[in-house]
Write a protein that binds this ligand. Structure first.
Ligand SMILES: NC(=O)c1ccc[n+]([C@@H]2O[C@H](COP(=O)([O-])OP(=O)(O)OC[C@H]3O[C@@H](n4cnc5c(N)ncnc54)[C@H](OP(=O)(O)O)[C@@H]3O)[C@@H](O)[C@H]2O)c1
Length: 177
């Protein structure tokens, strides 16, 4: 069965955005390494579908650029009625039931983009297979958590061959859930 993989970056204290959703700290040019994309291009080859919470989608649409994944099947979860776009289908139904059915369909793996609320829903339902987590060497102190407070305790298994320390201080770890 295709896997659901959370590929995401977090501050060293476990936040994925500032309290207002800003991710400027993640995009700091000082982290750039020439010809290094931290596994992003290779990861994209393994997936054909993305899952996003509505807050993350709104943040993505606030960037001054076109929607970044037009060639993928993109689902955004919201409890309110939203009109689909050329790139995105909104899902208002039961998230867990929808994702269970999606996993049963043939296809490549599925990228759980986030954010913290959706991550907890998927984790609690036992639907998350792997996490590729890039720790950014910064303490934010406050912000939006990698998993919202609704997350249940869950033990992870480190995949030892898949961890990388980059010379800009990024630490990428891969867990199976
Ligand atoms: N650092 C990174 O790599 C990274 C990656 C991804 C996201 N982020 C950041 O994470 C932040 C957003 O995270 P977040 O935790 O605030 O929100 P989120 O998980 O992106 O979205 C939450 C929204 O999703 C919908 N939702 C949540 N649970 C649902 C359910 N059970 N059924 C139906 N809809 C449901 C609701 O939308 P409605 O309110 O419309 O009902 C809810 O307000 C953004 O700032 C984004 O930039 C960072």
């Amino acid at each position: 069965m295709r896997k659901i993989v959370l590929y995401i970056a977090a501050s060293t204290d476990g936040f994925i955005a500032r309290p207002d959703g800003n991710i400027d700290w993640l995009q700091d040019k000082k982290y750039n390494i020439p010809d290094e994309d931290f596994g992003y291009t290779a990861f994209l080859q393994t997936i054909d579908t993305t899952l996003m919470g509505h807050n993350t989608y709104k943040e993505v649409m606030g960037f001054d650029m076109p929607f970044p994944y037009p060639d993928l099947k993109n689902y955004v979860f919201s409890r309110s009625e939203q009109a689909d776009t050329a790139c995105v289908s909104f899902i208002k139904d039961d998230v867990v039931d929808f994702i269970e059915k999606l996993k049963e369909q043939p296809g490549k793996d599925i990228w759980l983009i986030g954010g913290g609320q959706l991550n907890s829903v998927v984790l609690n339902a036992g639907l998350l297979d792997e996490i590729i987590l890039t720790y950014i060497p910064i303490i934010l102190g406050k912000g939006i958590r990698l998993f919202s407070e609704e997350a249940n305790e869950h033990k992870l298994k480190l995949i030892p061959t898949e961890n990388k320390l980059y010379r800009n201080g990024f630490l990428q770890v891969r867990y199976s859930c």
